[in-house]
Design a protein around this ligand. Structure first.
Ligand SMILES: NC(=O)C1=CN([C@@H]2O[C@H](COP(=O)(O)OP(=O)(O)OC[C@H]3O[C@@H](n4cnc5c(N)ncnc54)[C@H](O)[C@@H]3O)[C@@H](O)[C@H]2O)C=CC1
Ligand SMILES: O=C(CO)COP(=O)(O)O
Length: 334
């Protein structure tokens, strides 16, 4: 049996561990808290992030990064994006130096504007042939329940992408390979910011026209940023672009959409963040994505407006009407 290590015992780390286990692998999860590892090992449940779901017996958890990584043929990284740098620094000595490193994370680092694959490359020295990304419309709870879904395994090296695809292809999870790492990562990170805007519209009581307008124009600005950074435009009409955007912006399970909805209802960022232990990546990544857009001279009005709301410089209602009343233009990609 192939062993795979998943670093991060949150919702998606645990749900993806079930995908890997159901595809026939032995999975070792690294968890930050010993008590949670203990619950996974003894009760076969992650009570904090996926309560009520029985995990396969082939999943175990440990707080010891060396034990998690030992003998693993792939290392999957699933911690909050803004903590990746610090965590990789801690794990530097224990990660095997020849196996693929797979990012499940959907964020852009604040301060450096680096994508997660860039942070991984910087801190581990791994080449692009060893760094992969899994991204798509994959709400953790639905995946852990065994509901059907498709996803993308992106890597510059086709052989690595195909090996990883085999590792996680199960009866309920269908991964496609792709060589566009930049596009898949930016699709995942930016849809969280667009979902905040959609959530605000929903929280303000606006209907489906507003929701569809933000989703569609959100996809255009995501593709505009992506292509400026070297991504392939068609990636944004695929699972890691449109697919993920639609799932997140439609689902009450989405943390980012829910966060936006609460902003639309009048709660503050601090109030919403203080009431949950789950990460809503868009709240931090809106600023780094807006900065990235600025550096590359790319227009991203929705991301920029969301950044202002999160910073407390604009209300959600003013944000939506400001977006609509901007100077008129032609509808075009690019
Ligand atoms: N939940 C979902 O449906 C999906 C999430 N993702 C992405 O996966 C990544 C991980 O998200 P989730 O597992 O959903 O988050 P989560 O909020 O459910 O769990 C986060 C995990 O990281 C741990 N953690 C928090 N701060 C940490 C730190 N400083 N160092 C190390 N660990 C820390 C928490 O204890 C928890 O185990 C994010 O980038 C998210 O955007 C991607 C696809 C689906
Ligand atoms: O990325 C996700 C689904 O693919 C989950 O989105 P949220 O982080 O908003 O829950």
């Amino acid at each position: 049996m192939t062993k795979v290590a998943v670093f991060g015992a949150g919702s998606w780390g645990t749900a993806f561990a079930t995908v890997l286990a159901n595809a026939g692998n032995q999975v070792s999860i690294w968890g930050r808290r010993e008590s949670l590892c203990e619950a996974i090992n003894t009760r076969h449940e992650n009570p904090d992030y996926l309560p009520g779901l029985r995990l396969p017996d082939t999943i175990t958890a440990t707080h010891d990064p060396a034990a998690a990584a030992d003998g693993a043929e792939a290392i999957v990284l699933a911690v909050p994006s803004q903590s990746l740098r610090e965590n990789l620094t801690d794990w530097a000595g224990v990660l095997p130096n020849a196996v693929p490193l797979v990012s499940l994370m959907k964020g852009v680092e604040v301060g450096t504007t680096k994508r997660m694959s860039e942070v991984i490359a910087e801190l581990t020295g791994a080449g692009p042939e060893r760094i992969a990304v899994v991204s798509g419309p994959n709400l953790a709870r639905e995946i852990a329940e065994g509901q059907p879904a498709a996803s993308v395994v992106a890597c510059a090296d086709e052989g690595t992408a195909t090996r990883l695809q085999k590792l996680c292809h199960s009866q309920t999870f269908r991964p496609y390979t792709n060589n566009d790492v930049i596009g898949c990562e930016l699709g995942g990170a930016t849809k969280n910011v667009i979902a905040l805007a959609v959530g605000m519209a929903v929280g303000l009581g606006f209907g489906d026209n507003a929701r569809a307008s933000v989703i569609t124009r959100g996809l255009v600005e995501t593709a505009r940023l992506g292509t400026a950074l070297g991504a392939q435009e068609h990636t944004f009409s695929g699972l890691a672009g449109l697919g993920d955007l639609v799932a997140t912006c439609s689902s009450p399970l989405s943390r980012n959409r829910t966060f936006g909805e609460k902003l639309g209802q009048g709660l503050t960022v601090a109030e919403i963040a203080g009431a949950t232990r789950q990460v809503a990546e868009g709240v931090k990544s809106c600023a780094s994505i807006s900065e990235l857009a600025h550096h590359h001279d790319v227009e991203m009005p929705i991301a920029e407006h969301v950044t202002k709301v999160v910073a407390g410089e604009m209300t959600p209602k003013d944000m939506l009407f400001s977006l609509v009343s901007r100077s008129a233009k032609s509808e075009r990609w690019g």
